[in-house]
Design a protein around this ligand. Sequence first.
Ligand code: NDP
Length: 330
Amino acid sequence: MQYNNLGCAGIKVSALSLGAWVTYGEQVDEDVTFKCMVAAYEAGVNFFDNAEAYGSGNGEIVMGNVIKKTGWKRSDLVISTKIFWGGDGPNDSGLSWKHIIEGTNAALKRLQMDYVDLIFCHRPDIETPIEETVRAMNHVINQGKAFYWGTSEWNADQIMEAYGIARREHLIPPVMEQPEYNMFKRQRIEREYIRLYKEIGLGTTIWSPLASGLLSGKYNQGIPSGSRFSLEGYDWLRKRLEGAEGQKNIEKVRQLSEIAKDLGCTTAQLAIAWCSKNPNVSTVITGASRPEQVDENMKALEVADLLSEDVLDRIENILDNKPKPLPNFR
Ligand code: NDP
């Protein structure tokens, strides 16, 4: 495993990590969660990602139980949670001072931990002044309940606003973003955030490297039963797949599978390796519903070494979606 600094921060995260969304505390039982997390840990993963919203809190409960059961040393781990969707009441969601403090306390209780290493604002909250959120995150860190704070799916201007307020008010600035990044979703990481890597040392913990499994090639011949796209409540994924864009993407995955075959790897490994190759990606958060998937995905770093300029050009030709410079790009 390779360990990267989280942007300009001193903390080091494994280049590949494991997250709970959809799967742990929801799709699979605690025994499978245990096996997946152990497989990841044994491959060198130190970062496990979570959110108060995952499985309505069950994601944190099962991951916390596994960590307790294994007896892993807390200082060997980087644990995150994300605050935004904590319940149905008017003050159970968003990024107010109140919800950030109450949401963090509840998450720590579910995780059975005194602190998380990373805490994210899971989405921007247009109903709360950014200054209030920055002050609340500063307070959470000063109380020792988290070590670093960041954002998820905030645009570059919102991140810069938070950073500017923190600097002006002598508060702790955000250091990381958690955006979606995969072969089909490239604009933010490859274009929008470019100046943030240089100007504020932004680190990134990217999500859905397989576009929810699409880039593993498992949907090339339809939707296998038990897969994420077949789950109840995920019709939006199925609809997306059945649309024109989805069908185009499936055709691209079929062609990517040919490249994987030539390299002697799986399509999933190729897709994860491609994400990890981007120097602005601090860690690729993988997801897995079976320990065998973890074993397969964790070998992606070896595949990254095989991605020569020629191979990357072949991939680029298939994807045909290289982000264009922004009009005011500098
Ligand atoms: P992926 O795009 O990698 O999808 C993971 C899913 O794909 C697995 O659960 C599994 O689903 C399938 N899969 C994984 N490996 C293989 C394989 N080798 N072969 C075949 N199928 C495979 O990542 P996620 O969408 O799960 O996102 C990863 C993490 O990112 C989340 O757990 C979460 O921590 C974070 N995230 C953050 C978000 C945010 O807003 N900040 C949003 C979404 C995710 P199955 O077997 O069930 O088909």
